[in-house]
Write a protein that binds this ligand. Sequence first.
Ligand code: COA
Length: 527
Amino acid sequence: MEMLGEARLGASRELVWEALNDPEVLRASIPGCETLEKAEDGSLTATVVSKVGPIKARFAGKVTLSNIVPPRSYTLTGEGSGGAAGFAKADIGVNLDALDANLTLLRYSVKANVGGKLAQLGSRMVDAAARKSADDFFELFGKQVTSRAADGSSAASPAGLDLAALGGVDQQETADAAATAYAPTSAAAPAPVAATPVVAAQTDASVQTSDAGREAVPPAVVAASPAKPASVSAASTAAAMDVLTAELIKVWISDQIAVVTLNRPGSRNAMTYAMWQAIPIIFGALARNPEVRAIILTGAGEDFCAGADIAEFEAVRGNAAQATEYEVAVDGCCDAIANVSKPTIAVLKGYCLGGGAHLAMSCDFRYASTNAVFGIPAARLSIIYGVKGTRKLLNLVGLPEAKKILFGAQRFTADRALQIGFVDHVATGGSVSARSWLDRLIGGGRKGEADVGDPMADARVFAQSLAGNAPLTICGAKALLNGMAMGTGALDLVHAEALITAAAASDDYREGRAAFGEKRAPQFKGR
Ligand code: COA
């Protein structure tokens, strides 16, 4: 039999990994485990009492770990004989994704075989027993991990990232320089990229990603000269620093994916002026970071974002001049997201309103939970939604739907959003097995709560698939498509040609051809 499951654990990936390799934790988590001891060859010997239908037996056998990729994955194989009852063998593949500093997505797959008397019980009974064992194992394991995390007794979780750790600040960048992370050095003479990155891969010990010990990735090609250089305003950089320090926006990087989280759940992640200003700096840094191949934008807590922070409008948007300045910051923010040289996915749940919708529309893709609620209530505030946001809406849903959304200021559901093309994907519920044990683990508070799906897990799988593709292709295709989509004159044809020529002269292009010839997966470097 085969089955799949997943669970989110409130602990760092390092801590979960440590627990997965701790014989004591495994012993306490394997249902019916009486002994689990480490043999000299590193394998584990175990005795487990197990009941399958009417047959109860004591199994003695071995537990071995293979395909070990710290701190991400391994295969745990348990095989044992229960004497007259027969034998059982299970291969359990475990994969860990760091969703945040202290949130880990554990996915598992189980393949189990039985023989002897056990096999005569029939597959339904054996399947049910195997599923229950897996449920029980991960329930017990989850409890141990979360209590260790609460104790803070083990593997320290990485600290938040600062701008230097994200990829640094380029003092000569424009708000949209994020778009040029893989750009050729000059449009007129498109040359293969510069040998020296503007901001090298950060090697400082203070830099925290979840992949401690991972082989260093050579610095990728990063921005050369942006088309229209201008200094980053000191105010924007200071805003970005303050926003990161106060954790109004959090950034987490693992497995080549950066997760940018709007973090004001008490205000439904409403965007302050400082947050609008900070995002171009943050995305610029991520564009330069060669470790990052895809970016996910999401919100903390129940919502994605309820738009601009109306509470501070009086102070920061109280008159016409301020309103103009404010809109420049909003456009700068959304442009930086839309034009960043790496693929972006918005993960949407709860409210996604007004400026929040503009943030979502600025991403390349939108993954929603079933409970997401969308709307642009500008007509309730006597605000005209900006030119760029309106164009993005038009591109996504077409004229009649765009008019309905803007004139009507009505909210709409995730299903409707999918129907009209506002979102690309609505997550369906998690696996029954994962939900059932997770509900038991979390306890009464969430019982009966509707299953709203897990768009983050789906988005990460999608992001991972994009991260393996040629960065220069994605960067170039994005620049061309975005330019074409934003209307006549928006596409800089000279720049587009330069991107195409630079990609044709790249190491990655050679690598793609070589990998095809050698029948292997290509290893792209973004240069
Ligand atoms: N700006 C500032 N604060 C906001 C906010 C926003 N856009 N949206 C929500 N909040 C705050 C609320 O003021 C409230 O704060 P409080 O607890 O200090 O009173 C908190 O977030 C929770 O929101 P609340 O209104 O109590 O929740 P609700 O479930 O009743 O309604 C919304 C949720 C999103 C429908 C409602 O808050 C709303 O309409 N917000 C404004 C949405 C909007 O117009 N956005 C476009 C701005 S351009």
